[in-house]
Design a protein around this ligand. Structure first.
Ligand code: A3P
Length: 286
């Protein structure tokens, strides 16, 4: 059984031991607030819900794993910080630091390691924060304060997404939620970078557009550029809290429709049917 600390101290209810469990393909999962996740994730999410203090000017970059989190973090960082870090500068932080270190996850490393989420509290406003948590798992204050959310998803056959509830709740809040698709970003990166900058409240000026700053952001954050940097192509880091991950693991091919090389037509049809059923009526199609 796992002891979950409460908001106020180290002692707490043993909530995880009472959750339903299921054997997954690589570990045991628990059912927490309607989502299957690892016990560590459940514990971390429960701590975040108890301890994370959102601010009204937070921007949350929400993604399902493998939907382009690293790319979105790089783009949002480059756009937001371009007055202090000009995009073409030789000492740009993205050239030497991983997008995951520049834009931290709310729920990682598993927050029992940093019980008071002090690392997040220390970040000056306005904060850019990443999360893989489903919307209803985020602390309710995120909505109450009106924190803005960028949600990025991807062709479900490349990554199986499960976000029906999230979409249903947010399609009607265009000022507070920006919904992006990896596949659309690939097709028109400059258009999406402009859109993202506007949403982040740092729109590109006409002079910047004329000077090619938008294209510079696209190039700096491109798969080709980021994946070749030593910081992203070598070394292992434990950002999760207990598991080493190769920096290069976040960069594989960066292509759309890669699933065609891996799935049979029959598998694709089955997945399409599941996606169609789950996303029916959500307004989201791929
Ligand atoms: P592939 O495995 O299809 O290549 P995440 O960042 O959410 O973990 O997603 C990883 C996926 O995004 C991988 O997809 C990876 O190659 C791709 N990716 C990483 N950086 C990217 C970038 N700058 N531009 C486009 N795709 C990128």
């Amino acid at each position: 059984s796992v002891v979950v600390p409460t908001a106020t101290g180290d002692k707490g209810d043993d909530i995880l031991s009472s959750l339903p469990t299921r054997e997954g393909w690589w570990t045991t999962f628990v059912l927490y607030h309607g989502c299957w996740m690892t016990p560590q994730t459940a514990r971390s999410v429960s701590l975040v819900r108890a301890q994370f203090a959102p601010r009204d000017d937070d921007v949350v970059l929400a993604t399902y794993p493998k939907c382009g989190t690293t790319w979105l973090k790089a783009l949002a960082f480059a756009i937001t910080n371009r007055s202090s870090h000009p995009v073409g500068a030789g000492d740009h932080p993205l050239l030497t630091q991983s997008p995951h270190d520049l834009v931290p996850f709310i729920e990682l490393p598993f927050r029992h390691i940093h019980p008071l989420a002090a690392a997040l509290d220390a970040i000056p406003s306005p904060r850019l924060l990443g999360t893989h948590m489903q919307h209803h798992l985020l602390p309710p204050r995120v909505d109450e304060l009106g924190c803005r959310i960028v949600y990025l998803c991807r062709e479900p056959k490349d990554v199986i997404v499960s976000l029906w509830h999230f979409i249903n709740k947010h399609v009607e809040e265009p000022d507070r939620v920006l919904f992006l698709k990896y596949d659309d970003m690939m097709a028109d990166p400059t258009g999406h970078v402009k859109k993202l900058a506007k949403f982040l409240r740092v729109p590109f000026t006409d002079d910047e557009v004329d000077a090619g700053v938008v294209e510079e952001v696209v190039t700096l954050c491109s798969f080709e550029k980021l994946s070749r940097l030593p910081v992203n192509s070598s070394g292992v880091v434990d950002r999760i809290g207990g598991r080493l991950v190769h920096n290069s693991a976040f960069f594989r091919k960066g292509k759309v429709e890669e699933w065609k090389n891996y799935l049979t037509e029959e598998m694709a049809k089955k997945l399409d049917a599941v996606v169609e059923e789950k996303l029916k009526g959500s307004g989201l199609t791929f």
